[in-house]
Design a protein around this ligand. Structure first.
Ligand code: AMP
Ligand code: MG
Length: 349
């Protein structure tokens, strides 16, 4: 199968979207853009389509799929009950990077919800072309990130084709994703918003709606968080990654020391602009943005990790950020990408 690239260009896309919708409705796979990362779309009501998604990604089938809807009005078709907090959250953050876990109706097959779960995770993406695609399909779309399981998530159509060429019918290309990190996943437990996966909608933003906290399993890292996918090794670049964080100057100093510790031509540096300026000119370096600019860090995180896969590096040293706002989601992904190799530096006295 040749994977077609369909550019989102109004006149052209308007015709294509119906063909793509038909492919999806009939069980085929089409990757789509969202504000977070590219999704690998398949008919969420079709158990065989779900199986195809797991096969294309090489993903363990106990790891449930997020189901994408084109609007708030579709939710009751797929879920048993919508509470008042969930309603407020949808009103405030949809369309947007917030995935909400609901008790599911039987119309969602168990294959879509990872085998054993009686819940379904729903999200309504911002991308207009993708919402048009869901409407054209006439069914909700299961859409995990469109990468081979374990690798960094794709934030461009090129990233998607790198992993999925020949495995899916088409990719809808709408340029790079804005946020670059996957959606925040939450559930409401006893009137409280619980974050199962941190993302673009931050804990601080959720707390404006009502009481909200991180899932305790995410904090103590027991390996069994409520979003089952979070227990798997994820986002890993080919070369091992170590991330320095904590006091900024001390973390930068630690990274700069690495220049003298080994063969610098085999080291990748994933750092802020400020730190990059202090590195030798020929160092293999990917700048995630200015130190204060966490949005830029989130946007460039997966692109940066994928960049090093194309470089002759044997070790990557990264500079982290603090936990405020989207920093929590960034550090969550870096922790997984580095296999837990996060070094917290203290301020030098
Ligand atoms: P990805 O498909 O790579 O964006 O990852 C989707 C994430 O959503 C995984 O971590 C899943 O475990 C999680 N997820 C999907 N459905 C549910 C659900 N019903 N309850 C909890 N987490 C879910
Ligand atoms: Mg993923």
């Amino acid at each position: 199968m040749d994977t077609k690239r369909i550019h989102v260009n109004e006149s052209y896309y308007k015709e294509e979207v119906f063909k793509l919708g038909k492919i999806l409705r009939e069980g085929g796979l089409v990757a789509f853009p969202t504000e977070t990362v590219y999704g690998l779309g398949g008919n969420a009501l079709d158990a065989d389509a779900a199986k195809k998604i797991y096969a294309a990604k090489g993903r363990p089938s106990d790891n449930p799929l997020i189901v994408h809807v084109s609007g708030r009005d579709e939710v009751e078709k797929y879920v048993e009950h919508v509470g008042s907090i969930e309603n407020k959250l949808m009103e405030k953050f949809w369309p947007g990077p917030l995935t909400i876990v609901f008790p599911k109706k039987d119309i969602i097959p168990k294959e879509t919800s990872g085998g054993g779960l009686d819940t379904v995770a729903l999200r309504c993406p911002q991308n207009a072309a993708t919402r048009a695609l869901i409407k054209a399909a006439g069914v909700p779309l299961a859409g995990p990130s469109a990468n081979i399981s374990g690798r960094p998530s794709p934030t461009t159509a090129d990233d998607v084709l790198h992993d999925m060429n020949g495995r899916i019918s088409a990719v809808v290309d709408d340029g790079p994703c804005n946020i670059g990190l996957e959606s925040t996943i939450i559930g409401v437990e006893n009137g409280e918003i619980v974050v199962y996966r941190p993302g673009g909608i931050t804990l601080e933003m959720l707390q404006e709606i009502g009481p909200a906290r991180m899932d305790s399993n995410l904090i103590v890292d027991t390996g069994h968080p409520k979003a089952p996918g979070m227990k798997y090794r994820h986002y890993a670049p080919k070369a091992p990654l170590t991330v320095y964080t904590g006091d900024r100057d001390s973390a930068a100093a630690k990274i700069l020391e690495k220049v003298h510790e080994g063969d610098v031509s085999k080291i990748g540096f994933f750092v802020s602009e400020e730190t990059a300026k202090m590195l030798p000119e020929d160092a293999i370096c990917y700048i995630w943005g200015k130190r204060e600019d966490k949005e830029s860090f989130a946007h460039n995180l997966f692109t940066g990790l994928l960049y090093f896969n194309e470089q002759p590096v044997e070790q990557i040293y990264g500079e982290g950020t603090d936990q405020a706002g989207i920093g929590r989601a960034i550090m969550n992904r870096l922790k997984k990408a580095s296999g837990g190799h996060i070094v917290v530096e203290e301020k030098e006295t």
